[in-house]
Design a protein around this ligand. Structure first.
Ligand SMILES: Cc1cc2nc3c(=O)[nH]c(=O)nc-3n(C[C@H](O)[C@H](O)[C@H](O)COP(=O)(O)OP(=O)(O)OC[C@H]3O[C@@H](n4cnc5c(N)ncnc54)[C@H](O)[C@@H]3O)c2cc1C
Length: 380
């Protein structure tokens, strides 16, 4: 006997929602996934997928596609603003999979959409929830496109600004701005960039990460007090201004920015909802339940692990609500670990690392990353 979940509605066809659609569909569950966007496509630059994300992607049957598309690496280099090497930090993640594979966000989205399609999930765009009501046996849902339907379970992977979170938990758990933002762009890969390189600048940290043989992405984290709204037309000049002082590879990328360079500006926000992450037969997962700063590149990993563990847990012979309680209790320690360590890394990179000499920076970073890698290398 299983939890007898036969029909599931997933809200949000992002990384976690598509992953969950694939994981549940592969277990014979009928899945509808809705997304408020008009097109099944993503904006964005690139993503690093550390080994624990790769294990979740392997469980979904798409590891080979990810490996063929992305760029594998197993260390991180800390440099000063002029590119001089300060510290090399090896990644202890992996073993059965590479330590990291970075790839374009559009590639990850395409690969996950393929997995959801093959698992029989029905993806419905331009659609959201108008209303829902959960009873002990199921959930009645009416949609913004006028349809209505009934499901055994509804799971909201509807991202940082989740409406489902608000519906279940009120406004107690809204994302909080950290005081920092990140500027990102993709550009042709420089031959010297074959792993994540971080550069300490006067106004913040820059980073370069390979995405495949041809492309890499640049990030620059800056303090933006008060979370101001900027006109996107000004992003190129604003990024050029903020990156004054960088030499070496970040300087080369900065000098190639023109007024038409597409730049993604993201305020860094975080949220952590206490467990359980469900009310009745309606749950939230991924960024909706726990979003961290991107400093450990673990956001997609946490959403994908949520998806794979949910499918495993629903396969057990327990009532649905008990399964949901077990699922979020199992997921919380990892989500909380990533949330806390990501925040610490942000503060260290912005404040403390610059003040450390290279020997102590090496020691601190190697110790910190070893602790993080050991924890995240354990099963999800
Ligand atoms: C600057 C930055 C860099 C990052 N870098 C990395 C990285 O290198 N590696 C990594 O693993 N992670 C990274 N992340 C985090 C990662 O992008 C997220 O953690 C991940 O996308 C979470 O997946 P999700 O499915 O929960 O949400 P999302 O992928 O955000 O998907 C949410 C989906 O829900 C849809 N939606 C929203 N509201 C509704 C609604 N009302 N009805 C229907 N649909 C709705 C949206 O359209 C969207 O498709 C980064 C994040 C940021 C901000």
């Amino acid at each position: 006997m299983t939890t007898a979940v036969k029909r599931v509605l997933i809200v949000g066809a992002g990384i976690g929602g598509l992953g969950a659609s694939a994981a549940l569909g592969q277990r014979g569950i009928q899945v509808d996934v809705i997304d408020i966007k008009a097109e099944n496509a993503v904006l964005g630059v690139g993503l690093n997928q550390p080994a624990n994300a790769l294990r979740a992607l392997r469980a979904l049957g798409v590891f080979d596609e990810i490996a063929a598309d992305g760029f594998a690496f197993d260390r991180r280099l800390h440099r000063d603003s002029q590119g001089n090497l300060r510290v090399e930090v090896p990644s202890l993640l992996g073993g059965d999979v590479p330590a990291n594979i970075a790839l374009r966000r559009s590639s990850l989205h395409r690969i996950l959409t393929g997995a959801a399609d093959r698992a029989g999930a029905k993806i419905i765009m331009n659609c959201s929830i108008a209303d829902l009501s959960s009873d002990p046996d199921g959930v009645d849902v009416s949609f913004t496109d006028g349809r209505s339907d009934r499901y055994d379970l509804v799971v909201g992977f509807d991202g940082l600004r989740s409406r489902l979170r608000r519906r279940l938990f009120g406004d107690s758990f809204e994302p909080k701005f950290t005081g920092y933002s990140v500027w990102r762009l993709s550009c042709p890969r420089l031959a010297t960039i074959d792993c994540i390189n971080l550069y300490e600048g006067e106004n913040g940290k820059a980073g370069l990460c390979p995405l495949d043989d041809e492309q890499m992405y640049l990030l620059h984290v800056t303090q933006e007090p008060g979370n101001p709204r900027y006109d996107p037309a000004n992003f190129p000049q604003m990024l050029i201004d903020r990156m004054q002082g960088f030499g070496a590879e970040p300087g080369i990328v900065r000098d190639a920015i023109t007024e038409t360079t597409p730049i993604v500006y993201s305020p860094l926000e975080e949220v952590l909802v206490p467990t359980p992450w469900h009310r009745g037969r309606v749950a939230i997962a991924g960024d909706a339940a726990h979003a961290s700063t991107p400093h450990l590149t673990q956001g997609a990993a946490m959403a994908l692990e949520d998806a794979v563990v949910l499918a495993e847990t629903l396969n057990r012979p327990v009532p649905v609500e008990d399964a949901l309680t077990q699922w979020s209790a199992r997921r919380m320690p990892r989500a909380q670990f990533v949330y806390e360590r990501s925040r610490t890394r942000l503060l260290n990179e912005m404040v403390n690392d610059k003040q450390s000499n290279s020997a102590s920076l090496a020691q601190i970073n190697t110790d910190r990353m070893a602790e993080i890698d050991r924890f995240l290398n354990q099963p999800a």
